[in-house]
Write a protein that binds this ligand. Structure first.
Ligand SMILES: Nc1ncnc2c1ncn2[C@@H]1O[C@H](COP(=O)(O)OP(=O)(O)OP(=O)(O)O)[C@@H](O)[C@H]1O
Ligand SMILES: [Mg+2]
Length: 303
């Protein structure tokens, strides 16, 4: 069974529903961050979910937060079930709620978010490849090299986008434009930190047979003016993972996790359509890719 929505009967106020997460207010300082099994493709959420996807995303994020904890502070307050339930109203330990939250819920510190999608790209693909083809630039930047599709950049680059309101599209912007939004100093700190995090993660992933083509971070700022890593980190939903075994320069790469789903949607003329249910086979094969990503990256068995 998969969980596509949570229902806590108003025990905690639901404050937001993202594409994947249901977010509840715990108290003034903290949020309950629940990753459901919802999956989107071509910007549309499927009717049914992918078994365990939310749990895998949650555990993978926790893994990365830990791996990166010497490089940056993060928003985690409670990350194991024991720690999480200890911070929630007693009623939520009843089976009907516990079954919705176990393994997929985190208590996180509520932060004022920096209004940017802090993207770092190590390889040229997607919207960056499209722009490069038109103008030889990426987010308005000169790249300083002739590149083929999916080729590695000489160095990883900070390529921010706006954080659009729900239902709107994020827009690629230049670092200069980002500096206008958040201020020059903060923008420089974000760029430096993000590239550092990406580089560390990429080296690690490479050693596990996965190419981290690009990724999106979100940051908050704490009361001491320190950057804090928030949201989810380095999951298949926030990153492009490629299988190092099948990687080839000069062409687009299959998506590690969503390729079956995208191919199935396009071949059935369903891409971009609302209200689509995946077949059991597509849901299962997609789920297997999330498990594979988790197991390859963490070296742990998914149980
Ligand atoms: N520590 C935090 N404090 C406040 N908000 C946070 C924190 N960490 C993450 N968020 C926000 O919680 C939401 C996560 O939900 P989810 O990933 O489902 O949303 P999304 O679909 O990616 O984004 P959106 O809701 O903006 O379309 C994001 O809007 C993210 O910016
Ligand atoms: Mg998100």
């Amino acid at each position: 069974m998969s969980l596509t929505t949570t229902n806590l009967d108003g025990i905690l106020p639901l404050i937001a529903k993202g594409k994947v997460r249901d977010i509840y207010q715990v108290d003034e300082e903290s949020l309950l961050f629940v990753a459901t099994d919802r999956i989107s493709a071509y910007d549309v959420i499927m009717e049914n979910g992918i078994k365990d996807k939310g749990k895998i995303l949650t555990q993978l994020s926790v893994f990365w937060f830990d791996l990166l904890k010497d490089t940056i502070k993060n928003h985690l307050i409670a990350s194991t079930d024991d720690e999480v339930f200890a911070r929630l109203p007693q009623e939520l330990s009843q089976p009907k709620y516990k079954s919705q939250l176990s393994g997929r819920a985190l208590v996180v510190r509520k932060h004022k978010l920096i209004p940017l999608e802090v993207i770092v790209r190590g390889y040229i693909t997607g919207s960056a490849w499209k722009e490069y083809n038109k103008s030889k630039t990426v987010h308005g930047l000169e790249v300083g090299a002739e590149l083929k599709e999916s080729q590695e950049f000489p160095v990883p680059i900070f390529t921010p986008s706006t954080k659009a309101e729900q239902g709107e599209h994020d827009e690629n912007i230049s670092p200069e434009k980002a500096a206008e939004i958040v201020g020059e100093q903060l923008c420089a700190r974000l760029a430096e930190k993000a590239v550092q995090l990406y580089s560390k993660a990429r080296t690690y992933a490479k050693s596990k047979g996965i190419i981290l083509a690009d990724t999106k971070f979100e940051f908050g700022i704490d009361e001491n003016d320190e950057l804090v890593l928030v949201d989810e980190v380095l999951t298949p939903d926030s990153s492009r993972f490629w299988d190092a075994k099948t990687y080839k320069i000069g062409q687009s790469q299959d998506s590690y996790d969503k390729q079956f789903l995208r191919d199935w949607l396009t071949s059935n003329g369903l891409n971009g359509k609302d209200g689509v249910s995946m077949t059991a086979e597509i849901a299962e094969r997609t789920g297997a890719k999330y498990v594979e990503a988790f197991e390859s990256l963490t070296g742990r068995k998914w149980t």
